[in-house]
Ligand binder design. Structure first.
Ligand code: SF4
Length: 211
């Protein structure tokens, strides 16, 4: 079986397991998803989702985030890990969106990764989920699950993205992100993967090598 065939089988199984797979962060606009994704680094989506309703009610546009008093912005997100740094990132990001992109979140990878603090992972999440483009984001779950199953062989997220994009058709890239994240959260957890209950174990290299 080729790697592309294996990826197809794994994704078909996970799509059946998670028919409603989607991003857990709540947002209505690309800007909201961008901000929520910045906030979600080393923080649970649940915590972010509790924080963002008041934040997004207060700040509706990039101009608002860019021009506000930094202490006021900090106050809205102070329950989130590393809120001071994240406040700075959000403000720097929104300032550039205002200054260079007319106040609108850009919709290409090349432009998104020019924003302060925005890497390929966040850019691809925004492209895939907020702009409906084909985009595969590699977070810690995608990295772990893809390596264990044997769909990728690298610790470098950019290389993993490249390897996965070569064996998965573009129309499945965005869904692949959410499926592998869900599988990593629920079954293929970091410390003790629940292999016996795993629906994709027959295709998994890690499972095959278990004693
Ligand atoms: S068999 Fe185990 S290691 Fe492989 S994908 Fe499933 S849970 Fe992860």
């Amino acid at each position: 079986m080729t790697l592309a065939e294996k990826a197809k089988k794994v994704l078909d199984i996970l799509e059946k397991e998670y028919p409603d797979a989607g991003i857990a962060l709540r947002y209505k606009t690309p800007l909201e998803l961008l901000v929520a994704t910045i906030l979600s680094a080393q923080c649970t989506d649940e915590r972010v989702n509790k924080t963002t309703p008041a934040l997004f009610k207060r700040y509706k546009k990039a101009e608002g985030f860019a021009e506000t008093d930094i202490k006021e912005l900090e106050g809205y997100i102070s329950s989130i890990n590393f809120f001071r740094n994240k406040t700075k990132n959000i403000q720097a990001c929104c300032t550039k969106i205002v200054d260079e992109f007319g106040g609108k979140v850009p919709d290409t990878l090349e432009e998104l990764i020019t924003l302060p603090g925005i890497g390929r992972k966040t850019a691809n999440i925004v492209l895939g989920s907020a702009f409906g483009k084909d985009a595969l984001a590699v977070d810690t779950h995608v990295k772990r699950v893809a390596n264990r199953i044997g769909l990728a062989e690298s610790q470098d997220p950019d290389r993993i993205e490249d390897e996965l994009c070569k064996i998965i058709p573009p129309k499945r890239w965005t869904k692949t992100t959410t499926l592998l994240i869900l599988h990593g959260r629920n079954t293929c957890v970091a410390k003790k993967p629940k292999c016996e209950n795993c629906h994709v174990k027959i295709h998994c290299d890690y499972f095959r090598k278990l004693p």
